[in-house]
Write a protein that binds this ligand. Structure first.
Ligand code: NAD
Length: 266
């Protein structure tokens, strides 16, 4: 099936780098108009917008902190101002503040939960409110709207030294599935992507040199992922090619969640 998102409008949070930038590129290449959200640095977001426009696509950059209700409202208002509708939300923004549990500060716990979980709630809620104002346009999609949550393999794999991150992603799983259960009847599709180790700024240390060799032991498929691996899944989940996929988590992890330590008889 040839995927076309022509006529659709996509908002990607945290799209000035890594997986968000990859998703924005992929969605734009498939024909969607894209809102490139960034947190604090406009330059990379503006550069991506220029790149998309130069390739014949439509895009704008909008700054907003997804953990702040008023900024999320402003982000969605800017989307509507620019493109008049919303069809696809990729709730991608996320961060890590790592520490052993006994050393983890309340501030770092709150920051991670606020961005990774509350941010996804605020963006999903704003998208659902917008979808409710629209009607299905069967010429562009069979669904009224699509939400894709960026989770992690750590929604199922416990992660010592990263309990705030793992808790936030475990939360994203039940957030996604509960929303999916609630809004499916409205023909709104809600799904998650759970990446494994993908080469981006969030894990530069773990994906280079000796650390990469150690990491590869955890990846049965034998390579670290690239942003494009995840972008391909985003485009598929946003399109009618996945129209019967709802409430699902797609693990894009080269098999990291397969308990690779048990490969040689445990
Ligand atoms: P990244 O650091 O390149 O991207 C994270 C993005 O989130 C950045 O653009 C950052 O500006 C943005 N962000 C941070 N705080 C924000 C805020 N308050 N408001 C708006 N945006 C904010 O790393 P990435 O790997 O591209 O991460 C993207 C998502 O993928 C995250 O949710 C991360 O947890 C998830 N993920 C990544 C991997 C991986 O291996 N790279 C694996 C599993 C899950």
């Amino acid at each position: 099936m040839l995927i076309s998102l022509k006529g659709q409008v996509a908002l990607v949070t945290g799209a000035s780098s890594g997986l968000g930038a990859g998703a924005a590129r992929g969605l734009a290449a498939s024909g969607a108009a894209v809102v490139v959200n960034y947190h604090s640095q406009p330059e990379p977001a503006e550069k991506l917008v220029d790149e998309i426009r130069a390739a014949g696509g439509q895009a704008i950059a909008v700054g907003a902190d997804v953990s702040k209700e008023n900024e999320v409202e402003r982000l969605f208002a800017a989307t509507l101002d620019a493109f008049g509708r919303l069809d696809i939300l990729v709730a991608n923004s996320g961060l890590q503040k790592d520490a052993a549990i006994a050393e983890l500060t309340l501030e770092d716990w709150n920051t991670v939960i606020n961005v990774n979980l509350t941010g996804q709630f605020l963006c999903a809620r704003a998208a659902l409110r917008q979808f409710a104002k629209q009607t299905i346009r069967s010429d562009i999609s069979r669904a009224l709207g699509k939400i894709i949550h960026m989770s992690s393999v750590h929604q199922v794999i416990p992660w010592a030294g990263h309990v705030n991150y793992a808790a936030s992603k475990g939360g994203v799983d039940l957030l996604m599935r509960s929303i999916a259960q609630e809004v499916g009847e409205q023909r709104i599709r809600v799904n998650s992507i759970a990446p494994g180790a993908i080469r981006t700024a969030i894990n530069t240390e773990a994906t280079t040199g000796d650390a990469e060799k150690k990491l590869l032991k955890l990846i049965p498929y034998g390579r670290v992922g690239e942003a494009e691996d995840v972008a391909n899944a985003v485009v598929w989940l946003a399109s009618d090619a996945s129209d019967y996929v709802h409430g699902a988590t797609l693990f894009i992890d080269g098999g990291m969640s397969l308990y690779p330590e048990f490969r040689n008889n445990g």
